[in-house]
Design a binder for this molecule. Structure first.
Ligand SMILES: Cc1cc2nc3c(=O)[nH]c(=O)nc-3n(C[C@H](O)[C@H](O)[C@H](O)COP(=O)(O)OP(=O)(O)OC[C@H]3O[C@@H](n4cnc5c(N)ncnc54)[C@H](O)[C@@H]3O)c2cc1C
Length: 451
């Protein structure tokens, strides 16, 4: 009789899970599958409480699903390099089934485990395996558009989860811990499937244009489900389908996710180093006062402040606002993208190393297929364009709520009467801008231009 061990990481789901399929397929008659999650203190002790709450909610959901099939999720606390081989030995599994890790941390952890027991590695985290798509010269793609063209030929349909009824072991070990914080959304595969179905119903009502609407457009909101692996990306593409411009636009976004996973997988050094080495010599200023103002939403640029306050309060942030806030930090303040990247990753509910690093390097102009260095977002213009009535700013920067739709984007350019009427004393109720954008733009262009 052969038993099997599935080690769940960022793939807490039954559906479209190649490692689960492999593990079930390897069982001999009468064999049992143990589904293990290791609460690794190196990870769980360092994430923001809402993210920990989501992780726990996802595990609860998986445990509930496994209970329906007569089993339990086995939860253990500690070092995977010890606990995974130990569990395999206890249940008599010859190897361990996993979905592939993308990040340097995950890969080195897996290598450590692999020294004690073989890992059977499948690809369930990305739509296309991160080492599969190659240029004609057999190298990984550095540019997105040709990658995307090739990607569309490589996507494969998802798998339905195999019959697991009565085949899951029921030892739940330490059990799923309680969370000391309420999860900010319903976590886990069941809720994620519901969100995916709802999004598929509305995608054709203007995803392409509305995904840029920061005040409540039609973006999928599925990045959290993908980050925790409550949804497999192939299932997402399958449910969303093809055949309309909106669906194609959505597929393209999911391809960006694969692209950045590929970049991190092929060039793990980009976690810390610019993808384009020439930018290593860029002189970041890293002024502590500027960094603090950015983190706390006190820069005097209302759209940046609103974004940073929302990020810290909720862990959510629209893509457009991520770009505006990241551009302000790296270009206007000349603060190293790695500082912003860490702060975002700590707070974002969908904070994901490969995606966050890829996007930060894109904004900073140092990355693969990055925005050209001379693209510097003007926060005030962005604010007028994407939040024309100031509704978003009013929500997160309430001290400015009485300013008019015209002046709220740039209180410092308002007349003293307008400010007085709105009850705003610049420098007291709300900060004066910490920098002049035009001047800062020239400074950034000069710093980047020297390279
Ligand atoms: C500075 C910065 C940091 C970011 N950090 C992260 C992060 O840590 N984790 C993360 O998942 N995304 C990150 N993004 C990308 C993007 O902002 C989010 O994926 C998006 O806001 C999620 O919203 P959605 O699910 O409604 O996206 P939709 O517009 O509905 O897109 C569908 C899916 O495509 C993928 N996608 C969309 N845009 C991007 C993109 N630019 N790069 C990679 N994949 C994308 C996501 O998986 C998303 O769920 C970052 C972007 C920026 C500019």
């Amino acid at each position: 009789m052969t038993n099997a061990l599935l080690w769940v990481r960022n793939d807490a789901r039954l559906d479209d899970n190649p490692a689960l399929d492999g593990a079930i397929g390897s069982l001999s008659a009468g064999g049992r599958l143990t589904v293990l999650f290791v609460l690794d203190p190196r990870l769980v002790d360092h994430v923001a409480p809402p993210r920990r709450a989501l992780l726990i909610a996802g595990l609860r959901d998986l445990d509930a699903s496994l209970t329906e099939f007569g089993g339990r999720l086995l939860v253990r606390h500690g070092d995977p390099a010890v606990l995974v081989p130990e569990t395999a030995a206890t249940i008599g599994a010859p190897d361990v089934w996993v979905n592939r890790s993308i990040t340097p941390f995950g890969r080195s952890r897996d290598q450590q485990v692999q020294r004690a027991i073989p890992l059977r590695t499948m690809d369930g985290t990305t739509t296309v395996p991160p080492d599969q798509i190659r240029t004609g010269g057999n190298t990984p793609y550095r540019v997105f558009t040709p990658y995307w063209r090739s990607w569309t030929d490589h996507t494969t349909p998802p798998t339905l989860h195999p019959s697991v009824d009565g085949r899951i072991a029921a030892n739940h070990g330490d059990g799923v811990p309680d969370s000391d914080t309420e999860a900010p959304m319903a976590g886990g595969e069941s809720a994620a499937r519901g969100r995916l179905a709802s999004f598929a119903d509305v995608i054709d009502s203007g995803y392409t244009e509305m995904r840029d609407d920061v005040t409540g457009g039609v973006a999928s909101g599925l990045s959290v489900d993908l980050k925790y692996g409550w949804l497999g990306p192939r299932r997402v593409l399958d449910v969303v389908g093809v055949g309309t411009d909106d669906r194609d636009a959505f597929r393209r976004q999911v391809a960006w996710r694969d692209f950045y996973a590929q970049v991190m997988y092929e060039w793990p050094e980009t976690l810390e180093q610019p993808f384009q080495p020439k930018f290593s010599s860029l002189q970041w200023l890293d002024d502590p006062g500027d960094i603090e103002a950015w983190k706390t939403g006190a820069t005097g640029f209302p759209i940046v402040d609103a974004a940073m306050r929302q990020l810290v309060a909720t862990g959510r942030l629209h893509n457009r606002l991520r770009m505006v806030a990241a551009s302000f930090l790296t270009k206007d303040l000349l603060v190293d993208w790695r500082i912003g990247e860490r702060f975002f990753r700590h707070h974002l509910l969908d904070g994901d190393t490969a995606q966050n690093v890829g996007n930060w390097q894109w904004v900073a102009g140092t990355g693969a297929d990055a925005a050209p260095y001379f693209r510097v977002f003007n926060p005030t213009t962005q604010s007028r364009r994407w939040d024309p009535t100031g509704a978003y700013i009013r929500r997160w920067v309430p001290e400015l709520r009485s300013l008019s739709d015209r002046t709220i984007h740039e209180p410092s350019s308002s007349s003293p009467e307008e400010l007085a009427d709105a009850g705003v004393r610049l420098g007291l109720d709300y900060p004066a801008p910490i920098i002049d954008h035009g001047w800062a733009r020239d400074r950034a262009l000069a710093a980047y231009g020297r390279i």
